[in-house]
Design a protein around this ligand. Structure first.
Ligand code: FPP
Length: 258
């Protein structure tokens, strides 16, 4: 039987989609949607922290996004930098560990430096593991993981555990819940390995309109789903989280509630 703490929603990943359409619907340029969307990020991080989640991974810039117009790409870099400058103290105060997963060598040097500084500063924090996927692609992460393994273990047979150990942030573990805003129902090359058994939730709400209350309600909804992990009629259910529906928010992710 599975330990009850394993039944909880511990790692949530979000595809923050719909910024462009949100802006276009208001006759604004697409980048306005990203600017509004970036102000939502801090609220959702705060909510994840309040709910006691162990990990939150946000898809901020994919490998495919490199083909977008330069102005849009530069805006996204700037928003990332602004977020870190503005939230750095709060991240530290709340003992959040910050990481970027993905390939960021092509970002401006100052942005890379800031990312590395915040990662270093927060590396021993024991609270929420906050990751931004930036310059990230799931297939690419797997190629990098396999190549890392092969380099260290030439000629050796690779196992699932070897791949997991060689991902960008191995200790993030499996994703329990993947949320996508903006109405599309795709995974878009996000955390392909880690979402193998994730619950999926698609909302029509565009990211700039995504509120803490909707985030919490999604977690309540998903907490009531049964997860069987390919098994039949086993105990692997998130139903122990129904306390949450009765108003106990911390039962979502905190290991202090069983
Ligand atoms: C997808 O919307 C979203 C992105 C490509 C970027 C997401 C970025 C943010 C939410 C802001 C970044 C902020 C920080 C703090 C890193 P889209 O443009 O594809 O929307 P569309 O599907 O409506 O065109």
């Amino acid at each position: 039987m599975t330990n009850k703490t394993e039944q909880k929603i511990q790692h949530v990943a979000i595809i923050m989609d719909g910024n462009g359409r949100w802006a276009e619907g208001r006759a604004h340029k697409r980048i306005w949607g990203h600017i509004r969307g970036s102000s939502v990020v801090a609220n959702i991080v705060e909510e994840a922290d309040d709910l006691g989640l162990q990990a939150l991974t946000l898809y901020a810039f994919s490998t495919e996004n490199w083909s977008r117009p330069q102005t849009e790409i530069k805006t996204l870099f700037k928003l990332l930098q602004k977020f870190l400058v503005k939230e750095r103290k709060k991240i530290m105060d709340n003992k959040i560990r910050f990481n970027v997963i993905g390939q960021i060598e092509n970002l401006p040097e100052a942005t890379v430096q800031l990312i590395r500084d915040v990662e270093k500063e927060t590396k021993d924090n024991q609270g929420l593991k906050l990751s931004f996927a930036f310059g990230y692609g799931g297939k690419n992460e797997l190629v990098v993981a396999v190549n890392n393994f092969v380099k260290k273990n030439p000629g050796k047979y690779i196992t699932e555990a070897d791949i997991s150990r060689n991902l960008y942030q191995p200790d993030l573990g499996e994703v329990d819940l993947l949320i996508r805003t903006g109405g599309d129902q795709r995974i878009s090359n996000f955390l392909l390995w880690q979402v193998a058994y994730a619950e999926l939730y698609f909302t029509k709400t565009k990211w700039p309109d995504f509120k803490r209350s909707e985030f919490r309600n999604i977690l309540i909804d998903v907490a009531g789903r049964e997860r069987r992990f390919g098994n039949i009629d086993c105990q692997d259910s998130l139903k122990s989280n129904t306390q949450l529906a009765k108003g106990n928010q911390r039962s979502i992710g905190s290991s202090t509630h069983v």
